[in-house]
Ligand binder design. Sequence first.
Ligand SMILES: [Zn+2]
Length: 449
Amino acid sequence: MNPSTMLRTATVLVSCTTASLAAAQDMKVGVGRQVITPEKPMWLAGYASRIAPSEGKVHDLWAKALAFEDETGARAVIVTTDLLTMPAVLAHAVAAQVQERWNIPRERLMLTASHTHCSPVIQDGLVNMYGLDETQAALVGEYSEGLRVLIAASIEQALQNLEPCLLTWGVGEANFAGNRRKYTLDGVTNDFNPIGVVDHDVPVLLAKRSDGSPKALLFGYACHNTTLSFQLFCGDYAGFAQLAVEKAFPGCTAMFAAGCGGDQNPYPRRELALAEQHGKSLAAAVESAIQADMAVVKGPLRATYKEIPLALSEPPTRDMLEEQLKSADKYVARRAQALIATLDSSGKLDTSYPYPVQVWQFSDTLQLTALGGEVVVDYSLRLKYELGREKQFVIAYANDVPAYIPSLRVLREGGYEGAGAMVYYGLYGPWAPAVEEDIISVVHELSGR
Ligand SMILES: [Zn+2]
């Protein structure tokens, strides 16, 4: 190559880089954050076995908001929370407020939960599990009301500091998630399955300010946030991962969105040091993703949201429910009581549930696919297969958590995620066999494919 060609090439490269940075920086990004740790001892969410309220905290729980404004001026906000669930009643209340105060429509608000089992019980999350006394139930109401205000405050803050940023994304890898559906002669039990499917991807979305400093890092992982089961508030491995990322990049807000980890657990587990270890593994995966070549993410940001009537199996008759009232299993009896009350008041049981599916497309560079519920790993694997792993950041526990969401395979296999857990959510029975196709086909529809 002669010197003049070299010079021309260099000039072209510089102008390309400048052009792509300028184009990419048409996207503005803002972040907001609020501590949501309860001030009083409260019942901890997620395990039926607990018998007492919380006794303090390991670290704070957070609601964090990441706001985008594309070159057309359209805005969108994703909120991550260190909570077990994101119940529809909360999501709808926040969405109504966001629409009214900032004119941001429902499809441009994505609300997610980390699924930490060391967060407080909130209204309408796992309604049938706890059987709280009046004092605890009142605290849940009070906390849930305050939570709505704090989430709105985090969104307001994010919208106030929108600034031009370079958005990039990539995928790291962490190996501590294991399939928890063990195959035995007695069926599927809840234990480590070394031959079960996993998804070890760690999708990472990075927003850099114009001076090159990281402003926000949104990352995900398909794994139950259940290293711990004790009486302290804690973000579990996801909380430790956010702390580790924020320590590595001062001034950056780290956010965790749970992936399709409905049938995945962190291993090993049940010690605080292990939650911290998994958090550090996840943070290391985030760091390695951003040190590798990341793809530039561009606007415009197209957003779609749809609630589909996800069908349940055949409903029980009144006689069957009256039989269940006598069950020695208090959860079965409690659910039967609630379903009979519904029959008495409305004459029938709902045979479907309004299930939320949301798709955000950043031009053709990245797709955030957000599914409600405790979605099993088959969904993220299938969506990456069908829609391209290089474009897919799949999020679960988003916009509502009405139950576990099994694939057809898991539904047929049964076990906790296939059927057993429905009782804790107050739903009468397993999903209909169309569950997987109904959800996947609406993702395709919203993706424009
Ligand atoms: Zn769960």
